[in-house]
Design a protein around this ligand. Structure first.
Ligand SMILES: [Zn+2]
Length: 368
């Protein structure tokens, strides 16, 4: 079968690889669509970050370079192992691409025992550090990796479940409750996913800060109450900057929760500044370098600083439910669909050179 494999920085290739064996506790899924994630672009530009280093193998899955890429996938089950219950050939699913102790038949670590499979001590990921990935014709996964698509959710929409599940997980961990006010720093794919789910879950006011004009327009279109360009000089009456000015306009004491979905010093500073005393600053971003925090900002106002990573299957259910209930404008989020063969020009290079025009580019794995 065909598969897009990562060899190293700026070196991904369309290869013909052997079909994988489907063991008795596994399912074979014919991939329909798989989104390109910011992580994939980071790997392309400067990896390997998550894939194994040259000459080494992943300690949990044993894979070496090259690895098949793609982890935001939907597809149709075409084979079920003899021991798999609850799934049938022909069923459409979204894939939770995480591997944890259950994937290796190991005794569960303390985190897995607590149901926190996303922070398993032996975590790995299809499409980055495992034997298959979504930029190919098929994946072979365990039953716990498959989340059935609800009625009315298309395979295209199903490929959006993974980025929406990230947003769901952050929202759940933040302790968000209906009626609260929120600020989101950054309107990239995850910032927009946060916006859509928070809107669906009853946030009273949402302020978004975004520099790029096209993304700011998307945030407006997707229901943000106020979208601020942080580079615009604030009004004379402003306390500090344009974002704080906008936040205090709707929440004079600060918002209940701020999500930093950008991850630079300026957005972290703003995220801390705009939260009310006792509120939650939530880090969604992944950082290449440490940033500075003054712990006094948390002590003196009893603000909390939290972070989160990935998702569990509950988050996929929440994401797919939101899609099924029409809370996600699927056609507006998917800005391009590109065949596997054109992934570099139509996908990676497009996201590098023409990022502002896109939210999510899907790769179509097979002609069907
Ligand atoms: Zn574990």
């Amino acid at each position: 079968m065909k598969a897009i494999r990562f060899y190293g920085k700026e070196d991904i290739r369309l290869d013909t690889v052997p079909r994988l064996k489907c063991n008795s506790d596994e399912l074979r899924v014919k991939v329909a669509y798989c989104g390109i994630c910011g992580t994939d672009v980071h790997e392309y530009l400067g990896g390997p970050i998550f894939p194994p280093q040259p000459g080494q193998c992943n300690p949990h899955t044993g894979v070496e370079l090259p690895v098949t890429m793609g982890h935001e996938m939907s597809g149709t089950i075409i084979e079920t192992g003899a021991d798999v219950a609850g799934f049938a050939v022909g069923q459409n699913v979204a894939i939770n691409p995480s591997l944890d102790d259950r994937s290796y038949g190991m005794e569960l670590c303390a985190n897995c025992q607590a149901g926190r499979f996303n922070i398993c001590k032996h975590w790995a990921c299809f499409g980055l550090s495992a034997a298959s990935g979504g930029f190919s014709e098929e994946v072979v996964v365990k039953a716990h990796n498959c989340i059935p698509l609800p009625d009315g959710v298309s395979l295209k929409a199903g490929a959006l479940a993974e980025p929406l599940a990230v947003a769901s997980h952050m929202i759940r961990l933040s302790g968000f409750q209906k009626g609260q006010t929120v600020a989101i720093l950054g309107a990239g794919p995850i910032g927009l996913a946060l916006l859509l789910l928070l809107r669906a879950q009853g946030a009273s006011k949402i302020v978004i800060s975004e520099l790029t004009k096209s993304r700011a327009l998307q945030a407006e279109k997707f229901g943000a109450d106020i979208v601020v360009d942080p580079s615009v000089p604030p009004s004379k009456s402003a306390k500090s900057d344009a974002v704080q000015d906008a936040v205090y306009g709707i929440a004079p004491n600060g918002v209940d929760i701020s999500f930093d979905a950008t991850g630079i010093q300026a957005t972290l500073d703003t995220a801390i500044a705009v939260v009310k005393p006792g509120g939650v600053v939530f880090n969604v971003a992944i950082h290449e370098k440490p940033l500075l925090i003054n712990p006094n900002d948390f002590s003196f106002t009893e603000k909390k600083f939290l972070g989160g990573i990935c998702y569990t299957n509950e988050d996929f259910d929440i994401a797919l439910n939101a899609i099924a209930h029409g809370a996600v404008p699927v056609d507006d989020l998917i800005t391009s669909v590109v065949p596997l063969e054109k992934i570099v020009e139509g996908g990676f290079l497009e996201l590098i050179h023409n990022k502002a025009s896109h939210v999510k580019i899907l790769i179509q794995s097979s002609a069907s």
